[in-house]
Design a protein around this ligand. Sequence first.
Ligand code: PLP
Length: 456
Amino acid sequence: MLRNDQLAQWDRENFFHPSTHLAQHARGETQTRVIKSASGSYIEDREGRKMLDAFAGLYCVNVGYGRQEIAEAIGDQAKELAYYHSYVGHGTEASITLSKMILDRAPANMSKVYFGLSGSDANETNIKLIWYYNNILGRPEKKRIISRWRGYHGSGLVTGSLTGLKLFHKKFDLPVEQVIHTQAPYYFRRDDLNQSEEEFVAHCVAELEALIEREGADTIAAFIGEPVLGTGGIVPPPAGYWPAIQAVLKKHDILLVADEVVTGFGRLGSMFGADHYGLEADIITIAKGLTSAYAPLSGSIISEKLWKVLEQGTDENGPIGHGWTYSAHPIGAAAGVANLKLLDDLKLIQNASSVGAYLNTSMKEALGDHANVGDIRGEGMLCAVEFVEDRQDRKFFEASQKIGAQLSATLLSQDSVIARAMPQGDILGFAPPFCLGREEADIIVASTARAVKTVL
Ligand code: PLP
């Protein structure tokens, strides 16, 4: 077996890590962490250190680690047929079955699923299909896409632009001109502290209306949003936000893309965020929870309304010029089928709902009164704790203090619990696997309280 120091050296010399401070890593200022195995809610590194993964990887290993049923489905598929493409009507039993399983679970207005590899490429597909749709309908000017500050939709050219976090734009010449941003429904960070939730929702809606008015509804094709903002800080919307936004979009004939890469397949305790908030989306983006990350696979679930126009488009223009070599990859599809069965058989979405509620309540009980805790929020198996320097007048810490990063590092070093320091603000994010038990939720809460005591 290779020595750890050898691996660390090869890593620094050869491996370009995503979302990493490259210079610090090359200088050895950030550690190489080699994860070796995992089971349930725990991962283990090469030194045998076990860590409770309260972020399920990147909120994706929803059914938990080490599921033999999925590993076997992947192995069986690889042995029987590792690959065949899905162009021009080709498919496999796994990919066709998975498309039916997804549609059986999706909201009633949905009609077809297009498979990709990642959340980013699925959202790129969505924007292309939306542009195609408006071209077929004879309105080539209707192309701009509204997204929200703090939204996360990927790191491609268009999707990096849709993402409303400046870090993902800086020095990349993004956003592209077709993308415009509006306010996120982040009540805790509202400008006017005197605003009630209701008034804040009205303010978000008025801002959207003003944006549409300014740009012209005939230039705006779609609005994209995560039912609950994820990477931007784990922010459930205030009551009434989604129905009010959806009404504005309908009025102006603007499509709604629900980016459910995080929320799809149970993270909120409902099958989809669209069910959870009563949304009628035109496209739903899925990825992470589709296979619980056992294999890369994503999808764009397309409504009947869009599908009809896409069909018409191909009658007029020939086959749709969009496809990836690995669309509907059989191994990913086999993982997806086994994963969705497991979600049903073990009632894992129900567990996400009940243990998630327990985690959120326990976190509030343990930290709700702390002088440096500004907000504790969550939905289903998602929870966030936002830290402030002064709770009374909601004064934030200086970014240079890196309080969120310090807290997550302390949590890991003291109690081997992994939480995510969210990229903007001092926010600890928790998104454990759905199989989390109450005792594990207790460990997460007690360890967080201990880390807070140490750092603050
Ligand atoms: N959309 C949302 C809501 C996400 O959270 C992510 C990733 O975290 C993406 C899209 C991009 O997915 P991927 O990283 O698989 O490209």
